[in-house]
Design a protein around this ligand. Structure first.
Ligand code: NI
Length: 174
């Protein structure tokens, strides 16, 4: 596995609409493994292929849901790999939250997202599946789906600010 370079907006690839992965090949599997390693090394909860300069419709995410009760330990993190994801359904309900982006380090913003989203995609074995996400996982998925179309959170944010040195990074950095 390899830790890949995460590109920033000065690289035009970040703004390009990505193309569908034509096939799930062993090379794509290697890219997925490298993206997982890169996401973990950067302490992100999601990473889309355009962020590592690959113009493909593919993202990975890893997220542990919140604990059921305050003070308790949450569930273990779950890893998601979505190849050629498409939106099947989105909720009308919108929620505001704070996001950051591995491609825009040092900034955070307030972004309104749909509260729930259902996606269909291929898994690593090229099998189609559907997944419904709510809350923060739905936010992660929408953030990563945007990356596949060259859209960044700063395009959607009602407010963007620079993180101070001691300020905690937002919970969603993808
Ligand atoms: Ni991002």
């Amino acid at each position: 596995m390899a830790n890949l370079e995460i590109i920033t907006p000065d690289n035009p690839l970040l703004r390009r609409k990505a193309r569908k992965a034509p096939q799930v090949t062993p090379e794509l599997g290697t890219l997925i493994d490298d993206m997982i390693e890169t996401m973990r090394a950067a302490q992100g909860v999601g990473l889309a292929a355009p962020q590592v300069a690959r113009s493909l419709r593919l993202f990975v995410a890893e997220y542990a849901g919140p604990p059921e009760n305050e003070g308790e330990q949450g569930p273990p993190p779950r890893l998601y790999v979505l190849i050629n994801p498409e939106t099947v359904r989105i909720s009308d309900e919108m929620v505001e939250g704070t996001e950051g982006c591995l491609s825009i380090p040092g900034y955070a913003g307030t972004v309104e997202r749909h509260e729930a989203i259902t996606l269909k995609a291929l898994d690593r074995q090229a099998r189609p599946f559907r997944i419904k996400a709510k809350g923060w996982l739905a936010r992660i998925f929408q953030h990563e789906m945007d990356h596949l179309d060259g859209v960044l959170f700063i395009d959607r944010a009602s407010r963007v600010w620079r993180l101070e040195d001691e300020e905690e990074a937002p919970r969603l950095v993808g």
